[in-house]
Design a protein around this ligand. Sequence first.
Ligand code: 5GP
Ligand code: MN
Length: 346
Amino acid sequence: MNLSENILTLSNWINSAERICTVCHTNPDGDALGSTAAMFFYLTETLGKSVTALLPDAPPQSLGFLLEGVNYLTGGPSAQEAISRCDLLICLDFNVLSRAESLCDACTSYPGRKVLIDHHVGPQEDAFGLCFSDTGVSSACELLYEILMHMPGIDGHAGRLPARTAYALMTGMTTDTNNFANSVFPGTLRMASALLEAGVDREDILDHLYRSGREQRLRAQGDILRDRLVITPEGAAVTVLTADVLQSYALLDGETEGFVNIPLEIKEVRLSIFAREENGRFRVSLRSKKGTSARELAMQAFHGGGHEQAAGGRILIPEDIPTPEAAAEYVTRAAARFLQQNSHRS
Ligand code: 5GP
Ligand code: MN
């Protein structure tokens, strides 16, 4: 099936559905929430559908602005029940159902029509009746933009998208490209251009994303860079924060988002890893420069995956390390070994 046939099928499935649910990945980021909000406002405002957006867990407070006006549920039995009662399930910004974590079982056992819209490598194609998957785009928001532009009622005119859809698409693309620093394709700029022309207020998006932090966050970032960043001779930058240490910086949920990118500013650094302890394990973020695969290391050492240059995973206690204090050494060793083994590539 080609793209336009898939879009026609999606359009037919949406038309014949009364109750629609969307699901995004756990620890939702700007792209997950942006694609969720964009789809929600298209389905409700353009098509008048009844939609419930489902999040496997709570969104960070800093991205709450994307969910204003969205009818959403966070995890739990009511979200599972919403899935069982809907007649179309649209999965956004993840490639395998396990990434829906707390909603994975409900999504897996859902017998109805399931659609995937995603930009990660290796989609679980057999789990979906309809699969839109493209790694040649910046974000799920960019792929969703392409799809919506072909949908009836929009027909190639970005100005016909609901204003809140256009805004959410621009926001998700902006966060996944780290404000046009990574994964920018020709189509990404065409999309940005069309959305700007359609009236999206990019200044407002940038205010929300990058100019609304707390003073404490910036100061903590400085302290963490000075006190906690370790750079190995192989070119790995490692920052590991145990729960105690995190608490000492008085940071709120989501406030360490973006810290992982900063060490890549150093010329010799090829790989940056940021790990923070939460809920009895470590959440790990990895970023790399071209020639080094963050994704491969995430899969090898951290039960994770993602994109070549931006990936994530976790460190489990006690499966991987006996105590949280052992995390820094575990990460540093894994990174050093990985870079030694892969030095021929760069
Ligand atoms: P972040 O570091 O921002 O949490 O995640 C970076 C990228 O890696 C995102 O595209 C995200 O979807 C992906 N990612 C994060 N954690 C995991 C994981 O546990 N498994 C997989 N497959 N991908 C992940
Ligand atoms: Mn994404």
